[in-house]
Design a protein around this ligand. Structure first.
Ligand SMILES: [Zn+2]
Length: 301
């Protein structure tokens, strides 16, 4: 445990009446203090992250975890820290590993998302739910359900909370068309959702890499110090730089393949990103990332 973590640990113990350890294993989740009263919930083996913020009047939860079992584990951890109500649940985007346990965390009226995320869940949610066991596994998908957000916005929203500034921002298309970030300017903490992955290759299935890079450039203008990504460990500004390098690297090798008149199959055989070779999903998702970018950039030309 680093010195910084020990300090948060002590602060957390004081706040919680000594009930919760700094890094608590709750089922398969790792619950970590980022700054006092702001917690990251890191999914096991790169599963989706979540988080929560304790305020005087209640708790703000960011994303609902991969399934109800994990959501319940997060709720148990919250209940060890505070008896105040869950005020809001924020969905950073529509994907099931961030939304399909909404019903466990909060009734619909307190769920907030970008309006495009609500549209995506309303129009494609049932289909996404049907496909969910294939993408995360039958056991992980147990109990998953579509619950629509009730509160939506388009550009920016500041939560009406007296003792803490929590700003939701939409910065452009990226991982999906409706990604939002949760920004705590006083604490310099950023929950990026799946706009940023740390030590984990991204899922580009719905991503638009050219727009995504522009969105990351806007994200960089926020003076954050602590980054809670959509997957992977808590990072910092360098984590965003590293992720940006990967995305632009994927685009670069595709451009080079076009110039060399390489086929997609040749590109998949030859391209490698040694800096990322130890990232989670490197072997499985690199070919998929290359294919996605290749097809997309063919259309861009
Ligand atoms: Zn996602």
């Amino acid at each position: 445990m680093k010195i910084k973590s020990v300090l948060f640990f002590l602060a957390s113990l004081l706040a919680a009446g000594g009930l919760v350890p700094a890094t608590a294993q709750a089922g398969t989740l790792s619950i970590q203090p980022v700054v006092p009263d702001v917690w990251a919930v890191i999914g096991e083996d790169g599963n989706a992250n979540a988080g929560f913020i304790l305020t005087r009047d209640g708790v703000v939860v960011v994303d609902s975890q991969i399934n109800p079992r994990a959501a319940e584990a997060m709720l148990r951890a919250i209940r060890k820290l505070t008896a105040t109500p869950i005020l809001y649940l924020i969905n950073t985007h529509a994907h099931g590993d961030h939304t399909f346990a909404n019903h466990v965390i909060h009734p619909t009226r307190g769920i907030i998302a970008h309006e495009r995320t609500k549209v995506a869940l309303a129009t494609r949610g049932k289909q996404m739910l049907k496909e969910y066991p294939q993408s995360v596994g039958v056991k992980e998908a147990e109990g998953a359900k579509v619950t629509l957000p009730a509160i939506t916005f388009t550009d920016q929203m500041t939560l009406p909370i007296a003792d803490r500034t929590i700003v939701l921002r939409y910065l452009g298309i990226g991982h999906t068309v409706g990604d939002i970030v949760v920004w705590l300017p006083n604490e310099r903490v950023l929950f990026s959702g799946d706009l940023v992955f740390v030590n984990h290759l991204p899922w580009l299935g719905e991503g638009e890499t050219r727009e995504w890079l522009k969105t990351l450039a806007r994200l960089k203008t926020l003076p954050f110090e602590h980054l809670i990504p959509g997957s992977g460990p808590v990072g910092d500004r360098r984590s965003l730089d590293r992720f940006e390098r990967y995305l632009s690297g994927v685009r670069r090798v595709v451009v080079e393949a076009f110039l060399k008149r390489q086929s997609l199959e040749q590109l998949k055989r030859t391209a490698s990103f040694p800096e990322y070779s130890h990232d989670l999903k490197y072997r499985e998702w690199l070919p998929l990332n290359l294919e996605h970018a290749y097809r997309q950039m063919e259309k861009e030309r």
